[in-house]
Design a protein around this ligand. Structure first.
Ligand SMILES: [Zn+2]
Length: 313
């Protein structure tokens, strides 16, 4: 029996979504505001929304965090980033982290256009001890060079150990489509070159660009090449490679390793709802690629867990 390189390494997942009750309630409220759903539909509880989606009701943040721990244990995953996936849901992830501090690192979505964005961000990093601010400029329609975004990054810089995650490239949120919510995303706003301007201005802040740039791969590589504080996460099925004819995920890994090196790639799955749970298939695909590329055990250990532990000790 051959032992694969990655069988021996610690696995940390740098990209999981924490779909709490607040998350589903927020989507139900958005549906009322944007699609003319009946009040009854929009006022559906989180449990009703889950029933509609045929997903499991997350119940309390504590219960959901316990379920995540069981799921990580089953798959031999040591730690995971949990992303509060609507602005205003920081508290749910903070509860999960407080419940299992050795297993979770708290990430949270901020909408820089919200009037209380800066106050919420300050509270999330200072009081709730969340570690990564997540920006989705295409969804939030706030350019990365906008003063409102810059003040949020300034706050991260004032709080060592805080990272900034910026979703670039193609953005599709499956649950929004399933619930009939419009997704008027402006993809022009998610450009890794704009992340590089921020990363150069704030060299002590670690930046994370998920999914290798999600279709803006060349620019993600350029940004990572120039900015040593830019990291790329490997998460999801990386379906964006279809936009570049002939490109394979193996070639993506090879190029990313050549440019950013093994210490700036963060393994992730983009897991989110139950009962689907942790996306073992993403892991299997990526570990096979790492094996085929003949990456050393030390480098594989960095990608699958070590870099995450260094950023979030
Ligand atoms: Zn995601």
């Amino acid at each position: 029996m051959t032992v694969r390189v990655v069988d021996a390494v610690t696995i940390n997942d740098a990209h999981c979504h924490f779909f709490s009750s607040n998350f589903f309630s927020a989507l139900a409220r958005q549906r009322l505001a944007t699609t003319g759903a009946t009040t009854a539909q929009a006022e559906a509880s989180a449990a009703d929304v889950c029933r509609e989606l045929q997903w499991d009701d997350p119940r309390t943040a504590d219960a959901l965090s316990d379920r995540w721990v069981a799921e990580l244990d089953e798959h031999r995953v040591t730690r995971a980033a949990l992303i509060a996936s609507v602005p205003t849901d920081e508290v749910s992830v903070a509860e999960a982290v407080a419940h299992h501090p050795s297993r979770f690192v708290g990430f949270f979505m901020v909408d820089p256009a919200a009037s209380d964005a800066l106050d919420r961000t300050r509270r999330a990093v200072e009081e709730l001890r969340l570690r990564t601010i997540c920006l989705f400029p295409a969804m939030q329609h706030v350019p990365l060079g906008d003063d409102r975004t810059v003040s949020i990054v300034e706050l991260a810089a004032s709080r060592p150990g805080t990272a900034v995650f910026v979703h670039c490239g193609v953005l599709s949120v499956g649950v929004r489509a399933k619930l009939g919510l419009p997704s008027r995303f402006d993809m022009r706003l998610g450009n890794p070159l704009d992340v590089s301007r921020l990363a150069l201005a704030f060299p002590t802040v670690p930046f994370i660009i998920p999914h290798f740039g999600a279709g803006v791969f060349r620019e993600a590589l350029m940004a990572a090449d120039i900015c040593p504080n830019i990291h790329l996460d490997t998460s999801s099925s990386n379906g964006w490679i279809k936009y570049m004819p002939g490109l394979t995920l193996e070639a993506v890994f090879k190029a990313a390793l050549a440019v950013a090196g093994p210490s700036r790639l963060l393994f992730g799955t983009d897991s989110s709802f139950f009962p689907r749970g942790w996306q073992n298939g993403v892991y299997d695909t990526q570990q096979q690629i790492v094996d085929r590329l003949g990456i050393s055990t030390a480098d594989a250990a960095l990608i699958f867990g070590g870099n995450f532990d260094r950023l979030f000790p």
